[in-house]
Ligand binder design. Sequence first.
Ligand code: COA
Length: 203
Amino acid sequence: MNTRNDLFEDTLEFEDRLELRHPRATDGFHLNQLVTASPPLDTNSVYCNLLQCQHFADTSVAALIDKRLIGFISGYLLPNDAETLFIWQVVVDAKFRGHGLAKRMLNWLVAQPGTESARQLITSITPDNRASWSLFESLARDWHAQPIKEMLFERERHFAGQHDDEYLLRIAPLPDRPQDSIAHFYSDLRSRLRLPPGKRWLE
Ligand SMILES: CC(C)(COP(=O)(O)OP(=O)(O)OC[C@H]1O[C@@H](n2cnc3c(N)ncnc32)[C@H](O)[C@@H]1OP(=O)(O)O)[C@@H](O)C(=O)NCCC(=O)NCCS
């Protein structure tokens, strides 16, 4: 893995040159290339990436160095539930991984006005995407939040055997939100999933 110092003279140079902002439609094509170069992510059409950049700009983030796209998070508020932020894809250019950029983008995103209404984050992860599990577990720890995992889409039932299972991971509460605003939701969820007291994961 590259170290940041392989790429930049020092940390300050990285900090100075890194820009986080909401995406624009003109990022869509570059996003498509970044995702294509980042297995195991599912690729989407350029058109889909353009829509992500335009329609979901307020709930997504682009990371740039010298105006070049090096990281991206696509997300949206559920159409029927503005308290839930769905994180669709997280991607960091391979040269810039391992330096906290994905975490930094997520922390930036949940602090923006466009995600203010969100009380919980949900995302979906395949069983063997270690980097993705580590990223969200680490965020949950930082946020003193509770991650809960359940099955979302099954290999045979939903993907006709063509794709791994996708687990749904919920993390709440998000930082700087009222701590009690999500309690009712979690107590309902725990009883629906029959999670024993103290158990955070549904295996
Ligand atoms: C997943 C991905 C976005 C992580 O980006 P990143 O900038 O390297 O992540 P960070 O540096 O912010 O790391 C966040 C945490 O995850 C851990 N982590 C990151 N990559 C890891 C890996 N390959 N294996 C184990 N842990 C990993 C880090 O140690 C860190 O934990 P810590 O804060 O407790 O030390 C990046 O690896 C990627 O783009 N992968 C390909 C696309 C993908 O699989 N996306 C996720 C699915 S949506």
